[in-house]
Ligand binder design. Sequence first.
Ligand SMILES: *[C@@H]1O[C@H](CO)[C@@H](O)[C@H](O)[C@H]1NC(C)=O
Ligand SMILES: *[C@@H]1O[C@H](CO)[C@@H](O)[C@H](O)[C@H]1NC(C)=O
Ligand SMILES: *[C@@H]1O[C@H](CO)[C@@H](O)[C@H](O)[C@H]1NC(C)=O
Length: 651
Amino acid sequence: MIPHRLLSILYGLGLVACASAIPITEQQVLSDLDSEHRIESSRRLSGRFLHITDPHLDTHYKPGTSVDQVCHRGKGSAGSLGAEGTECDTPLALVDETFRWIEKNLKGQIDFVLWTGDSARHDNDERIPRTASEIIDLNEVLATKFIDVFEDRGAPRGLSIPIIPTIGNNDIMPHNIFKEGPNRWTKRFTEIWHKFIPEHQRHTFEEGGWFSAELIPNKLAAISLNTMYFYESNSAVDGCAAKSEPGFEHMEWLRIQLELLRGRGMKAILIGHVPPARAGAKRSWDESCWQKYTLFLNRFRDVVVGSVYGHMNIDHFMLQDSHAVDIIAAGESTNEPQLTVQSRSSYLSSLRSDWAGMPSPPDDMSSKFFFSDDWNSDEQGDSVDASSEAMGKKERRFLKKIGGPWAERYSLSLVSPSLVPNYFPTLRIVEYNITGLEDVTTWADAPYSDDSFESFTWDAEDIDSDDVDQQKKNSKKGKKGKKGKKNKKNKKRPQFKIPDHPSPTAPPGPAYSDQALTWLSYAQYYANLTMIYDPTAEPQSLSASPSTIEDNETTAGHIHLYQVEYDTRDDSIYNMKDLTVRSYYKLAKRISNKNPKKADMVTDHTGDDESSEAAKNNQKKKKHRNRVWRTFLERAFVGFLSDDELDDIQR
Ligand SMILES: *[C@@H]1O[C@H](CO)[C@@H](O)[C@H](O)[C@H]1NC(C)=O
Ligand SMILES: *[C@@H]1O[C@H](CO)[C@@H](O)[C@H](O)[C@H]1NC(C)=O
Ligand SMILES: *[C@@H]1O[C@H](CO)[C@@H](O)[C@H](O)[C@H]1NC(C)=O
């Protein structure tokens, strides 16, 4: 810990005087805690978790150097906590301050951490090429930070909460290139992450760089995917279609994990580094991997609660359409990642046109059902029938198109923007429903031996390649030996087992309807470095900022680096009831609407005080702008872009 009195010397500025963090909103679920229970059980769930991604720690970063020389040398404007809005990586000072903030504000307030990779700096300086040991060291610094903050010597695993890491494309060397395991990277990460990877999963991890771990014993597990095997830019592997590929093996493992969890009545959160981006010309994953992923998320829609990714550094989400699954015809395409605002915004525009192409609710439904929260007034889920009297043919046809009232045709992936200040440094805190889980044994209290995941090693050879889908399987029971025969349409059969749908009697999963474990809202926190560096800047929208900070260790933690950028819980623009697929489907339709409803229009952003004729005309033209799309763009870039820059993108 850096003593407070040294901070102003180290960072040379009014850190202390600046922003006061807006405290994490109290979760109402916790307010009616029964105090007896609080005494009996040492720990309870708080219904929150942290998603942190892309720290990109760079120990060569030097304040006062040039951003054109990646903040390593020259004279320039590089700030002490990072160079916001540049391609420079993250100085240790920002990592230190971020963890100090986490310790102060989140310790004891969250149930687990999802950490989606790229902890090491980019390989972007020819004069200081990265070495394997530097990459490992940088990762170790981050791992140690988490251990320091969440250490609990009294707990069986030595930590108070589970920390779930995953490998990023810059956590390996050369970047993007990751060969089949076991390899030196899987071996080294097994060591660095030995407190995070359950013992019985270490072998699996060493083999492939993926693992699963319980988050809430017997209720919820995390599945950490090794997206390097899906990543288009990893030229050492080739997708998920051929049995010889690690991506194929990975997908088989994923399917089996989800089946095991379904069998135990458990739910799963998936995490990975590179998200399954697929819009316009962009394909982050090999198409064959995307196809399987989308298929599995659809089939296991009763199990998967949600999935989080990083890598792209922009705040957004994607919907995978199960109707786009054509497992036989998985094509291919290549696309290098691009980092400019232009390429990112053209990707976002492609997403938007894809969303525009999703079925739209009929006009009269829009007001009656779609934009109200009343698609389903019946808690139990059979709302199509329940409300079908009020619903016309058109409405029912629409619901059928999107997979019923829960929009089960789609699955969802959330991408959090990065800690590295490509824009502003940022963190996400998600709230989820813990109704009925008030008294469960938490991870920290569960005895170590109770980690009841079956040790499961499996062999690609065991997969019955003739096993197509449930229907065909049933109709062919006992009639094996048809291997190699082609079906009527002369199509090849998929060379892997297609998982079953949820049982027809199973209620919709937590990703689709609000229940225990459903994600309810998230708060995006950001550090406005521009303001922090400007000693004259008025702290904005601050509640009672302490003007005097006592000079001791305890109060040093009060440095309020992060504040809320937006919180979906009370955000009037996104206006999301929860984070279910249906809520995101509605949001996507609103973002993509070229003729937005009145409430979704930009009323005026050129300024009320202009009264000239020109300004009025201007306003008229702008009247039809969709402010949900505008807000989505603004948030994609963590509020960093100016109105003019956003105007340019929006055009
Ligand atoms: C959580 O889920 C329960 C049903 O299991 C529901 O009654 C409750 O309203 C949900 N809580 C929140 C805050 O949405
Ligand atoms: C960040 O701070 C600067 C300087 O105070 C201010 O102009 C800007 O609007 C702030 N941006 C955000 C997103 O808070
Ligand atoms: C340190 O800060 C704590 C918390 O504000 C305060 O109670 C304590 O008196 C302070 N100690 C000293 C030595 O200033």
